[in-house]
Design a protein around this ligand. Structure first.
Ligand code: SF4
Length: 276
């Protein structure tokens, strides 16, 4: 639990003291320049995955249930107080899976109208098969879908999803969304020694989805031993809370994977090691 979090004894829910903003950054992103983060969840880390490399640490609320976490009014008030003018892009990410927030679509539309800046959503794709989630994402300029594993076993090992989530459902959701969406669709893949053996199968899934690009990443942030709201940001090993280092893929291996995926899929591959 974050040092800044106390418990409301009457309602038994966390209360932040002082106020923790739903807007953070801008932080430098290797892919997008200065990125302003929007956190529609904030109070308790909440996700349908519990990835072994998650910068939030062990997810506190593992769920597929969509609900309201923070009101859009509160997010807009936080946005107005932030340095949003300095951002190149607004990114929905934060303390878990953004599409779990029922006001995700409303927040995207309002923030885009207010800032006139491109909006991107980072999603794990587990809810993309739901037409109402697809509707919510329509106003975004870019949707980046996580796809680390290429087999059901790999998904369980790396992403540790809640019951009922399958890789095939995620892929079919991504295909259905892509067929309706006119913005840019990217696939973000985290490479660790665990999923190196799945490169060929991954290429096949990428071909099926047909994204505009693939972003190849490897863990650059240590794994926090407990959740801290500060881990939403861009720490690179200098975090002032307990963490453990993760095994990464070296630049030569990343280079080989990049070439292989590019040849097999024909899709442009961006690698964190080639960020320039
Ligand atoms: S999908 Fe994202 S927020 Fe959810 S557990 Fe994985 S890395 Fe963490």
């Amino acid at each position: 639990m974050s040092m800044s979090m106390m418990e409301d004894k009457q309602e038994n829910r966390p209360v932040f003291e002082p106020h923790v903003s739903t807007v953070y950054g801008p932080v430098a992103s290797w892919r997008f320049g200065q990125s302003l983060g929007i956190d529609l969840i904030r109070d308790v880390s909440t996700c349908s995955f519990n990835c072994i490399y998650c910068q939030l640490g062990d997810i506190q609320d593992k769920t597929m249930e969509r609900r309201y976490f923070v009101s859009t009014e509160e997010v807009m008030a936080d946005l107005e107080r932030s340095n949003w003018q300095q951002a190149d892009i607004i990114t929905f990410s934060g303390s878990g899976e953004p599409t779990l927030a029922l006001n995700c679509g409303e927040a995207i539309r309002k923030i885009k109208a207010f800032t006139q800046k491109p909006v991107m959503v980072l999603t794990n794709g587990t809810l993309l098969h739901q037409p109402e989630v697809q509707d919510d994402l329509m106003a975004a300029d870019q949707v980046s879908i996580k796809l680390d594993a290429a087999t059901e076993t790999g998904l369980k090992q790396m992403n540790r999803p809640v019951a009922g989530v399958t890789l095939e459902k995620i892929v079919q959701g991504a295909i259905a969304f892509k067929s309706r969406y006119s913005g840019k669709v990217s696939i973000q893949t985290m490479f660790m020694p665990t999923n190196l053996k799945e490169v060929d199968a991954l290429a096949e899934l990428i071909r099926r989805i047909g994204p505009d690009e693939v972003q190849l990443n490897t863990p650059k942030r240590p794994y926090p031993l407990e959740w801290n709201v500060d881990s939403r940001g861009n720490h690179t090993g200098q975090a002032d809370y307990p963490t453990v280092a993760l095994r990464t893929v070296d630049p030569e291996t990343a280079d080989t994977i990049e070439g292989l995926l590019e040849r097999k899929t024909g899709v442009p591959i961006l690698s964190i090691y080639r960020k320039g």
